[in-house]
Design a protein around this ligand. Sequence first.
Ligand code: SAM
Length: 323
Amino acid sequence: MRDTAEWYREFARQVASQSEVYEQWATAVADDDSMLAIIDALPEAKRQPPLVFAVARLLGAGEGDSGDFKRFLIAHAAEVQAECRARPMQTNEPQRCAALLPALTRIGGPLALIELGASAGLCLYVDRFSYDYALDGNAETRVRLDPANGPSAVTLSASAPSALVPHSLAEVAWRGGIDLRPLNAADEGDAAWLTAMVWPGQRRRLARVRAAIDIARADPPHLLAGDAIDRLADALAAVPPGTTPVVVTAGVLVYIPFAERMRLVDAIRQSGARWVSLEGAGVLPEVRERLPQGDHSARFVVALDEHPIAFCSPHGDELAALG
Ligand SMILES: C[S@@+](CC[C@H](N)C(=O)[O-])C[C@H]1O[C@@H](n2cnc3c(N)ncnc32)[C@H](O)[C@@H]1O
């Protein structure tokens, strides 16, 4: 079993450059037996620092210092534990669209997107965002893409090799998906959960998620509740005629145990849909085998129908050529 104090200490080191609040909270937890006892009463998978901290903030912990956090956690221990048990991490990162777009624009449209593990479906609005690509690592050379009706409230900035940057946005006619526990962007409680999963201090990310929530509210996606493998056929059956069905998986397959994941892979292959994936380099065996030689274990890969297109960062803000 994982040592919780060491887990939180390691998390504090990892987040130091991104969230001062979480660094302080995690360091305080690691050094405090009363907080560790509350967290250790949870199953191991539910002790993860981002989940415990997001739940505490959802319940009103605020973003104060570690003393405030300790007082809140001790006063609300049972509520925090109950919410941690009930909720999975469902971080929804629209920034990933900057890495999905080069793959989606290679498919003839209009597209019907079916995202597996969609959370609230914020990555389904790939055609509603603006993009600002810095080409070949040169901040001076940029390509901007806007939706047909003008600049979006969400602009996704990314660096990319010029050969990968599309010339136009994808045409999306329909957006749907599946999640074990779909979030509804129009629901205040679900929207609060989506924003609680953004770490304190990540202001640009918070603004992006909020603006994407507004876009999703205005035109909600068709999300089905259930396991992706059980509901894939239902989702495909809902796709309107005259569109190209495209399954999208982004940062989700790693959460599905290997044998089940491979059953899902088979179901996607047999569905006749195209498939755009943005997953860790080791998550899909066919994709991994098609990568150039080398240790890519820390990288993510964008692939179309299991053929790698580019390496990318986990949130899609950096794209790199394969070789
Ligand atoms: C980390 S979130 C990623 C959300 C979104 N794809 C993104 O990139 O922003 C993973 C989501 O997958 C969902 N999920 C995990 N396993 C699943 C399964 N077997 N079937 C359907 N959804 C699943 C979780 O509920 C969660 O909302």
